[in-house]
Design a protein. Structure first.
Length: 163
């Protein structure tokens, strides 16, 4: 069972000659993956501890060796991924999510900026106001800059009390 005809050998060859970012190759990959699962070479498992489940993410155990593979289906914002993983390694940091409704006010730049950046930021902030994730507040009278064109926003979540 140690040759390439073993279930593990087939697992290591699942990508042989394929670029799963190409639609036709991805379809072939999915057929190979399904065949390995059907034959018992792979078993779909829940994400290892510390890895949050996401739609389109799948984890597989190679029964013969105990190796774990991660598969992410291609989606609107990402391409397909198939990789052997160490389940005990900390999860890789995710790339920043550019979803406007997930903007963190703590990361928003403050102070003067180019007009194009300000318009883009203001558009995102008003989208957040519309979704209820951010509140627009009146400009304080004691504003340090005193620029009548400045806008003020706040996170509507109540501050945590320290008493």
């Amino acid at each position: 069972m140690g040759d390439d005809k073993s279930k593990n050998g087939r697992t290591s060859l699942i990508l042989d000659g394929l670029n799963i970012r190409d639609l036709r190759d991805w379809e072939t990959f999915v057929q190979r993956l399904d065949a390995l699962v059907s034959s018992g070479g792979l078993r779909n498992i829940p994400p290892p501890q510390g890895h949050s489940p996401s739609p389109g993410d799948h984890w597989y155990l190679v029964e013969e060796t105990g190796d774990i593979y991660f598969y992410r289906e291609p989606g609107e914002r990402n391409s397909a991924v198939w990789e052997k993983v160490d389940p005990f390694a900390p999860p890789k940091p995710q790339p920043p999510d550019n979803n406007v409704l997930k903007l963190d006010l703590n990361l928003v730049p403050v102070g003067r900026m180019r007009r194009s950046d300000a318009v883009s930021l203001l558009t995102r902030l008003y989208m957040l106001v519309g979704s209820g994730r951010v509140q627009e507040v009146p400009r304080p009278v004691h504003s340090a800059i005193g620029d009548p064109s400045e806008s003020w926003f706040r996170d509507p979540k109540p501050e945590l009390s320290t008493d």
